[in-house]
Design a protein. Structure first.
Length: 394
């Protein structure tokens, strides 16, 4: 009986997640389009000046002063990563990733979709130490954008493919978290790192003692965020660490479920659109589309468009043809290929990693061109394939 209740909760959470991510994707698209319009209008100086404005506070020994852009990327995006961590934990414990048989196909496909884009980028940027660090930029799928495109097709796409895409995107996010922790960490400050470890142990103790109230976790989470920020590890990883300590069990509405529900709308309709608005602003007067042929943006664009679809579909096809995995129920190989193409929509996480990978302003701007071009082409082609896939169904 308890297992059935957990299963029902997992299904409800997945349905709500798909609906909200899809609608949040439309808001994110609008925010990105608005940023591009403003960055190429007379309002551009005010837009860029606002993002570069420094804000901060002093509270005893705590002294923080960052630009508006950094507050969005290092502060608000910690809540995005907290939600990502909660979703990963729920899916692994009770959801689509809790059964090994259900993990094999999307897990292997996600791995192919992370590795091949990185290899394409590295091949195009070999011998260029200034841009080589951007290899991970085309490795991530933007679940909000991708599900938003899928939602445009309604019932033409089997629900199993939406679940498949969601599982791949969640695993992509997990891979991105590991990549950020391992490869995009600045010089470590051991005192702050030790303090963060102590706070993390306190959070684990709260979990072990079955504390169901959320406020102690969130209060310690703020302290953890500050210590991680000061330690040299990217501050958003504090959100993931906090998520892993939130209890999954406890009453009819467990703490993890309550926090995930509370975060969904602010993240989907405020935080990620604000991130998109702050990071997608690209002035074509400064960096034109001709820059797309430079190695870094070309590596990003081709990594997203070619690397993602070939990695995801190639691995999926190999597993299905070998009999090691079954295709998503009710889906043809053409539809599966269409979803693999959609995996090349890498907006949010790609822009985020791009901002971490480079300190050179021109490379960051060129990265935006690559992300926008690769994501847009992937979205349009994926939409076209899935709209016509029924006529070519196997």
């Amino acid at each position: 009986m308890a297992l059935r209740a957990v299963s029902r909760r997992a299904r409800r959470a997945l349905v709500g997640f798909l609906r909200q991510e899809a609608s949040g994707g439309y808001v994110l698209m609008a925010a990105a389009a608005l940023a591009l319009a403003i960055a190429n209008s007379p309002l551009a100086p005010a837009y860029f000046r606002t993002l570069d404005t420094h804000l901060g506070f002093v509270l005893g020994p705590v002294h923080l002063r960052e630009t508006v852009l950094h507050w969005i990327n290092d502060g608000l995006m910690a809540l995005f990563f907290l939600l990502v961590g909660l979703e990963i934990k729920r899916e692994v414990l009770d959801g689509q990733l809790s059964r090994p048989s259900a993990v094999l196909l999307p897990g292997a496909a996600a791995l192919g979709g992370v590795a091949l884009p990185a290899l394409i980028y590295l091949a195009l940027n070999r011998g260029r130490p200034d841009s080589l660090g951007g290899w991970a930029i085309p490795s991530a799928t933007d679940i909000a954008f991708a599900l938003g495109v899928l939602a445009l097709l309604g019932s033409r796409v089997p629900a199993s493919l939406k679940v498949f895409l969601t599982a791949i995107a969640i695993m992509d996010d997990l891979a991105a978290i590991v990549i950020i922790a391992l490869f995009y960490t600045a010089q470590l400050h051991l005192a702050y790192l030790a303090g963060a470890g102590a706070v993390l142990l306190a959070l684990i103790a709260l979990n072990r003692f079955k504390v169901a109230r959320l406020w102690p976790y969130l209060l310690l989470g703020v302290v953890l965020w500050f210590l991680v920020l000061k330690s040299g590890i990217h501050a958003t990883l504090a959100g993931v660490a906090l998520a892993l300590t939130i209890p999954q069990r406890g009453g009819e509405h467990p703490p993890l479920e309550r926090l995930e529900h509370a975060l969904h709308k602010p993240v989907a309709f405020v935080i990620t659109p604000l991130f998109g608005f702050a990071n997608a602003g690209l002035s074509f007067a400064a960096v034109g589309f001709s820059a797309l042929l430079d190695p870094a943006p070309l590596g990003v664009a081709l990594g997203l468009f070619l690397g993602k679809q070939c990695g995801v579909f190639g691995v999926s096809l190999a597993l299905i043809k070998s009999g090691l995995a079954r295709p998503p129920r009710g889906a043809s190989l053409v539809q599966l290929y269409g979803v693999a193409v959609l995996c090349g929509v890498g907006f949010t996480m790609s822009l985020f990693i791009g901002a971490l990978a480079f300190s050179d302003a021109r490379l960051i701007e060129e990265t935006k061109i690559g992300v926008l071009a690769g994501s847009l082409i992937s979205a349009l082609l994926g939409l076209l394939i899935l709209r016509t896939a029924k006529a070519h169904a196997d």
